[in-house]
Write a protein that binds this ligand. Structure first.
Ligand code: ATP
Length: 333
C-alpha cells in the first residue's frame, strides 16, 4: 500500500472484528468511543488510536471529521453506527465511508425494502395495507425498530385494535407471520471481483421468542423478538444454490434501483418453511452483528480462502485491493 490509511469505526456492534481485520490487512485501526466504552475496548488491544467523544452525535462535528480526515480514515458503518449517528445525518458526513450511502434510504423504509425484494423476484411475506385485510397470523412491526422492539402478533382486525390504537402506514408494517426456521446468511458483494461471497450464516437468539418453549403452555405469553445474541449455523448444502440465486438477484436489482448498487457486506433475513420455500423479510445492507459468531472464519470462508477470514477482514481486504489498484472510488460511493 502507498499512503497509510486508517480503518475506523465506532465502539459497538462488530467493532472488534473490524479493528482486527484492519490490523490483519496492515491498516492503522481507529476506534471512536465514549469514555465508558473505551475502557472495555482497550481490553482487546486492537485499536491503534482512540478518538473519544462525549456523545455519538459529536461524530458529526467538524473537529472529529477533520481529525478523521487528517488520519486518512475510511469509516466502516455498522448497524449501531447508523443507529447512533442517524441515517439522514450520515448523508452529510464528510469522511470516506465504505459502501454506497444510497442504500441507507432503501433499507430504512420497509416499503422501499419490499419493492426491492419484489423487483428482485425473491419470496417475501405478504403485507397488509389495512387492519381489515388481516386474514392470518400477522406480525405488526415498526419501521427501523431495532431488535423487534414493540412488535406484536395479531390474528385479525379486532385483535389488531385490541393491541394498537391505529395503523400508521408511515411507521408500521403488517406482515404475514411465516412459520419455519430462520436463517440469516451474510454476504459480501465485491465490486472489484463482481462477485457475491457467502461469508457465514447465523440465527438470532431472541428473547422471549426463544425462551418461551422452556415454560409450560398455561404460562404462555406473547413472544418478543429482542436480540440477545447470535448462533452460528450452516444450511443444507442443497439449499445454498438457491440462497446464492437470491443474493445475485438482490445485487442485480440494487444496481438498477440505486446505481452502482449495494457494495460490501449485507445480510438477507429469511424464514424457510417445511416445503423449503424461502421468505426474505428484511435486508441489512451492512455488516451485521451475526458475523461476530464467525470471527475466526466460517466453513464457507474456509472453503474459499483456506484461512481465517472474518467479515471485518474481508472488508479490509477489499479496501486494500482498491487502494493498491487505485479504485477507492469503486468501494466508497
Ligand atoms: P433489525 O433491525 O435488528 O434487523 P428489526 O427490529 O428490524 O431488527 P426484524 O428483523 O424485522 O426486526 O424482525 C425481528 C424478528 O422477528 C426476526 O429476527 C424474526 O425472528 C421475527 N420475524 C420478523 N418478520 C417475520 C415474519 N414475517 N415471519 C416470522 N418471523 C418474523
Amino acid at each position: 500500500m502507498g499512503a497509510k490509511y486508517t480503518i475506523g469505526t465506532i465502539a459497538s456492534h462488530s467493532a472488534l472484528q473490524i479493528l482486527k481485520g484492519a490490523k490483519e490487512e496492515g491498516f492503522n485501526s481507529l476506534l471512536i468511543a465514549t469514555p465508558e466504552r473505551e475502557k472495555f475496548y482497550r481490553r482487546f488491544k486492537l485499536a491503534d488510536d482512540y478518538l473519544v467523544v462525549d456523545n455519538w452525535k459529536d461524530v458529526l462535528s467538524e473537529k472529529v471529521q477533520d481529525e478523521l480526515n487528517q488520519k486518512n480514515t475510511i469509516i466502516i458503518p455498522h448497524g449501531s453506527f447508523v443507529e447512533y449517528v442517524g441515517a439522514k445525518e450520515l448523508l452529510d458526513f464528510d469522511v470516506p465511508m465504505f459502501g454506497n450511502k444510497a442504500v441507507l434510504e432503501w433499507e430504512s423504509d420497509r416499503r422501499k425494502e419490499r419493492e426491492w425484494f419484489v423487483k428482485a423476484g425473491v419470496g417475501t411475506p405478504e403485507n397488509f395495507n389495512d387492519p381489515s385485510e388481516i386474514d392470518r397470523l400477522t406480525l405488526v412491526k415498526y419501521f427501523g425498530a431495532k431488535g423487534g422492539k414493540g412488535y406484536a402478533l395479531v390474528e385479525n382486525e379486532e385483535d389488531f385494535y385490541r393491541q394498537f390504537k391505529e395503523f400508521d402506514p408511515e411507521k408500521m408494517q403488517m406482515q404475514e407471520y411465516i412459520l419455519g426456521t430462520r436463517s440469516y446468511p451474510h454476504f459480501f458483494y465485491s465490486p472489484l471481483d463482481k462477485e457475491n461471497e457467502l461469508v457465514g450464516i447465523d440465527l438470532r437468539y431472541e428473547s422471549n421468542a426463544d425462551g418461551l418453549p422452556r415454560i409450560p403452555t398455561p404460562h404462555y405469553m406473547p413472544p418478543t423478538y429482542v436480540v440477545t445474541g447470535n448462533i452460528p449455523i450452516v444450511l443444507r448444502e442443497s439449499l445454498l444454490p438457491r440462497v446464492f440465486d437470491m443474493a445475485d438477484s438482490i445485487i442485480k436489482t440494487s444496481k438498477k434501483l440505486f446505481n452502482p448498487g449495494l457494495i460490501g457486506p449485507y445480510s438477507l433475513e429469511m424464514v424457510i418453511t417445511d416445503e423449503l420455500k424461502f421468505y426474505v423479510f428484511e435486508i441489512s445492507a451492512r455488516i451485521v452483528g451475526g458475523t461476530n459468531a464467525w470471527i475466526p472464519g466460517s466453513p464457507y470462508t474456509y472453503l474459499k480462502y483456506g484461512e481465517n477470514i472474518s467479515m471485518g477482514r474481508r472488508i479490509a481486504m477489499e479496501i486494500k485491493r482498491a487502494v493498491n489498484e487505485n479504485k477507492l472510488d469503486e468501494v466508497i460511493i
